[in-house]
Design a protein around this ligand. Sequence first.
Ligand code: ALL
Length: 355
Amino acid sequence: MRNPLSFHPILRNRLRKMKPLPVFSALGRSCLGLAAAFSLASCGGGGDASSSDGDAGAGDDDSGQPEIALIMKSLANEFFKTMADGAEAYHGENADQFGLIVNGIKNETDLAQQVALVEQMVARGVDAIVIAPADSKALVPALKRAQDAGIVVVNIDNKLDNAVLTEAGATIPFVGPDNREGAKLVGDELAKSLEKGAQVAILEGVPTAFNAQQRRAGFEDAMKAAGVEVVAVQSAQWEMEKANTVTAALLREHPDLAAVLASNDSMALGAAAAIKAAGKEGAVQIVGFDNISAVQAMIKEGRVLATADQHGDQLAVFGIDAALEILEKDVAPEDKKTPVDLVTKETPALPLPDR
Ligand code: ALL
């Protein structure tokens, strides 16, 4: 498969010349380790050579390199650990080109903390923020303030709400997959092994996240096309434990349930535990989304039927590249679609081709 994202040749050449300058890489790693409670301000407190001037403006740091802040969601979710690792590896290869600060929040729904992280990055005067927003609406005002301070903002993973962006007068490019398409691939795969009229349930992510809505829609599209009945749609907030509780209740309410479609793999794991506890392993199929390692193993064992790989390790890298391109060439921000692939026992995920 061809990588749908291309780089401007100048940028590509520039990025090829690699010479490590690990200041921000190390900083990023320690921030990630301290995860939730510590945003950059506390992580960076130890002081490093490349600190900003503390203005709200987006100037380069002392090294003359642009400084990019990656702001993710729950670091308890392997998906974001993978994303952070990918971003740091990329930075390690291109450390003479940009500085990287890696941040995340503790809980999937900790919106206030994610807003606070944005504000800290603005106060630090980073050049760009690459963010996977935990909510598609609530983060917009803070990100608009960042833009007003001259910071380049790139939205990855979960798209911000178009109407709220327009209302706020903000244009923020989205770099990420088509989640509806990805979920449809997974749902179609499941449908192959379901009878017409079979009953299934959907576990939704955080309902105010656009990618959660899109995955639900993609699952529904697939079930409708197959004549399968969706008897329940319930949010488990992207979380394993909640998915376990919700699925246990669903199994009691719908004894004929043939499958659970989980909108991410954390919830697929929770559903799998509930199905096992109810003695229904094998009778109730499971699909997910993300291709985290625990689910890869379950797919191999035949305990999960399918998932989608949205190449989490590359997702932030795509966002960083988009930010660098905007900074470098002063181009108008553009949306970029990133790949999402079906993963089954027969078709494990392949790494993306070399950049
Ligand atoms: C979404 C990601 C992943 C993840 C979820 C949980 O934005 O795309 O599917 O599992 O967040 O935070």
